[in-house]
Design a protein around this ligand. Structure first.
Ligand SMILES: C[S@@+](CC[C@H](N)C(=O)[O-])C[C@H]1O[C@@H](n2cnc3c(N)ncnc32)[C@H](O)[C@@H]1O
Length: 328
């Protein structure tokens, strides 16, 4: 289970406690409705922004963290000293990035909503990072950036977390190319784990491959995505729910599962891996089925208890893990 850094969690709780709890609960309902409509999201009120940091930010933070841990698996010694976040909202990514790479010294956040920036700045006053010497919030609408221009300077890590899907398709294409131009090393795109979110990831993956990107995760290859129409490749991370989150949603569970789709592209090649587990392993008496994505397409392998070593590994394996051929 993933959770927010205590300083961020306390800062959020302190902001949320400034408004009446029933207004906060109402705003959570409005936000869920906006998300359920699956259209362009317009967050318009202070209450909705507080609802975002109270109930959505913990989930997007954990999805971001999970994708950053994936980068570490492929490049354990990677040095990240600069971060560019396009569609930063209240700055969720900067907290996740600093928890993995505390040496980051330059952070640039681009966001169209100035009130989200103001809220993000308030939260960021609780950061204690001695290495940051530049933390810049740019109030910009990415749909208005000029086409044929390098709009952003190079950063080691560039991310678009849950923001690509809020843009129209022309803007998506343009921003992706600007994001790739600005990438010194790694570009991460994360979207909700829905059919629509996955389709945005698929288009982004295709565009990035055409731009010469190496695909690091989740795909073990650069071939055409073998996931069939009407299906979607997504992953899940378990997120701890705060007490006010539980109260506002009248929920009893201490966690929720955030489903997300993502792609990580890199300027450097990483070691190829054989396959990724794309569903919960099906654990049956005496055998386990694993659904894998491989460069030869989708496949299901069955590990029998008789194959002691492989069976033991499969028992420990989870949805989203890399699975090597020699394990089968
Ligand atoms: C769902 S929020 C995600 C915030 C943050 N990245 C996270 O993961 O928690 C999407 C953000 O993208 C921003 N956004 C959408 N379209 C944008 C555009 N054209 N230019 C700048 N920001 C944009 C929205 O204002 C919003 O704050």
């Amino acid at each position: 289970m993933s959770s927010l850094p205590p300083k961020l969690s306390q800062a959020i709780e302190s902001e949320v406690s400034k408004i009446n709890f029933s207004l906060f609960s109402e705003a959570i309902k409005e936000l869920s409705l906006l998300y359920r409509k699956n259209e362009k999201i317009f967050i318009t009120s202070l209450e909705q922004r507080l609802a975002y940091i109270g109930v959505r930010l913990p989930a997007t933070y954990c999805a971001i963290l999970s994708s950053f841990l994936e980068i570490k698996k492929h490049f354990p010694d990677i040095e990240i000293s600069s971060l560019l976040d396009l569609g930063s909202g209240p700055g969720t990514t900067l907290w996740a990035a600093l928890s993995i790479w505390p040496q980051i010294s330059k952070i640039t956040l681009v966001e169209q909503d100035r009130d989200f920036i103001a809220l993000g700045k308030k939260l960021a006053t609780n950061l204690t990072s001695p290495t940051i010497n530049s933390l810049e919030w740019l109030n910009l609408d990415l749909s208005l950036t000029p086409n044929n221009k390098e709009n952003f300077s190079k950063h080691d890590l560039v991310i678009m977390s849950y923001s690509l899907g809020e843009m129209d398709s022309l803007t998506q294409k343009k921003v992706l190319s600007h994001a790739w131009q600005a990438t010194q090393n790694i570009l991460v795109i994360i979207e909700p784990g829905t059919v629509k979110g996955f389709n945005n990831i698929l288009l982004a993956r295709d565009s990035l491959i055409l731009l010469g990107a190496n695909i690091i995760a989740p795909c073990p290859h650069k071939e055409k995505c073998p996931v069939l129409e009407n299906d979607w490749c997504h992953f899940s991370v378990r997120v701890e729910r705060s007490s006010f989150h539980r109260r506002a949603k009248a929920g009893t569970l201490s966690y929720e599962d955030e489903k997300f789709s993502y792609v990580i592209a890199s300027k450097q090649l990483s070691d190829n891996f054989y396959s990724r587990i794309i569903r919960h392993p099906l654990k049956r008496p005496k055998h386990i089925h694993l659904d894998l994505c491989t460069s030869a397409g989708l496949s299901r392998v069955t590990l029998s208890q008789k194959n002691k070593e492989a069976y033991k590994l499969a028992r420990k394996a989870s949805w989203g893990d890399i699975w090597e051929k020699n394990k089968t």
